[in-house]
Design a binder for this molecule. Structure first.
Ligand code: SF4
Length: 358
């Protein structure tokens, strides 16, 4: 297991291999484009500036995202280098014709550990409209079949918005049928192509999270949320222990949030607390990643709940939840502000004890 001392080492590092992608997803964080940027990190730079650095940071989980990682022709070699260094690489490609059985097999042979596909609807009409290309749902089903043939563990990622919220029960059923080890549920943050009006309302988000907490007790897969850490508060309020499952090996036992155990490196080497919180703390081409992670004043502030403002500053759950720092930043312009989409009202008596809470 990677380190749990998040002041020293991240638990998980996401690298945006490229911004190129042939899909046109309506909520795309990266505002992906058709062509690769000539300034992307090349294989030598990735090996030196990221992979070697991760070995000095206690081997965090290493996720290759995009854009679409399949747009890179050196992807297999990158996975091989990461595995050779002792990392456990995972990948989140787009479901396109570029995902062939042969490349999946080569990635597995190179040491790929897990594979995540996105499903934003339980059937083609919803998913394909979300992804912007007709036929993507059918392609995803075909590629998932390849994963099963090759024995590569599958994670399903879903981005929740007003557009698909009513379809979530059907999606949960499909995730179970597809044999995924984890359902990773992202709650929209208005960055890239996502719009504020697509977000769930605070009470609506709370209801979905309550539903997920109870669902987790009755399904064989692990459930994880991104940018909705109130899930962990609700779990605690409900006394729901997290069931021990296969996916539990790739999730932290203590809370991870943007900049606290979590780090994002862009396609050009810029380093952010997360992909949804694109506040640059430096570039791997000029400063070692380990130094950026350990010494950045932005990350040090994000790791300290005592510096959070508003109700997140005095909430009794702030070390477990911390609020979505990315949503606080996109809505208020301040990543230390209270998460504006949390309906929970902490005990006001705590407010008087916390000097930062206003
Ligand atoms: S007030 Fe902040 S820390 Fe408390 S549960 Fe809500 S988002 Fe989380």
């Amino acid at each position: 297991m990677p380190s749990l001392d998040f002041s020293l080492n991240p638990f998980i590092v996401i690298w945006e291999t490229t911004r190129a992608c042939q899909l046109a997803c309506r909520h795309c964080r990266a505002s992906a484009m058709r062509h690769r940027n000539p300034n992307e990190l090349d294989l030598k730079e990735v090996t030196h500036f990221i992979i070697d650095q991760l070995t000095e940071m206690d081997y965090p989980l290493f996720v290759l995202t995009g854009g679409d990682p399949m747009e890179r022709d050196d992807l297999v070699e990158i996975v091989r280098q990461a595995r050779y260094a002792g990392l456990r690489p995972s990948i989140t490609p787009s479901a396109t014709p570029k995902v062939t059985y042969a490349i999946m097999r080569d990635l597995k042979d190179a040491g790929l550990e897990n594979w995540a596909f996105s499903l934003d609807g339980s059937h083609a009409e919803i998913h394909d409209r979300f992804r912007g290309i007709r036929g993507t749902f059918a392609l995803t089903m075909e590629k998932i079949d390849y994963l099963h043939q090759l024995g590569i563990p599958l994670q399903i990622n879903t981005t929740v918005s007003q557009y698909n919220v009513d379809d979530l029960p059907a999606l949960a059923e499909l995730v179970g049928k597809l044999g995924a080890f984890r359902w990773s549920v992202f709650f929209l943050v208005p960055t890239g192509r996502a719009r504020v009006e697509d977000l769930l309302a605070p009470q609506q988000q709370e209801s979905v999270l309550e539903w997920l907490v109870s669902l987790e007790q009755n399904v064989p897969f692990d459930i994880k949320t991104t940018e909705a850490p109130q899930y962990y508060r609700l779990r605690s309020q409900n006394g729901s222990a997290h069931a021990s499952r296969a996916g539990a090996q790739t999730r932290s036992e203590v809370s991870v949030w943007d900049g606290n155990g979590f780090l994002f490196v862009s396609h050009t080497g810029e380093v952010y607390p997360s992909g949804f919180l694109p506040v640059s703390i430096g570039n791997v081409r000029t400063t070692p990643l380990s130094r950026l992670y350990r010494e950045s004043p932005v990350l040090q502030a994000l790791r300290d709940p005592n510096r959070f403002k508003g109700k997140c500053g005095y909430c009794e759950f702030n070390k477990l939840c911390a609020g979505s720092r990315a949503r606080a930043w996109t809505i208020t312009g301040d990543y230390l502000e209270s998460d504006p989409f949390c309906p929970y009202i902490p005990d006001p008596r705590r407010k008087r004890e916390m000097p930062n809470s206003v």
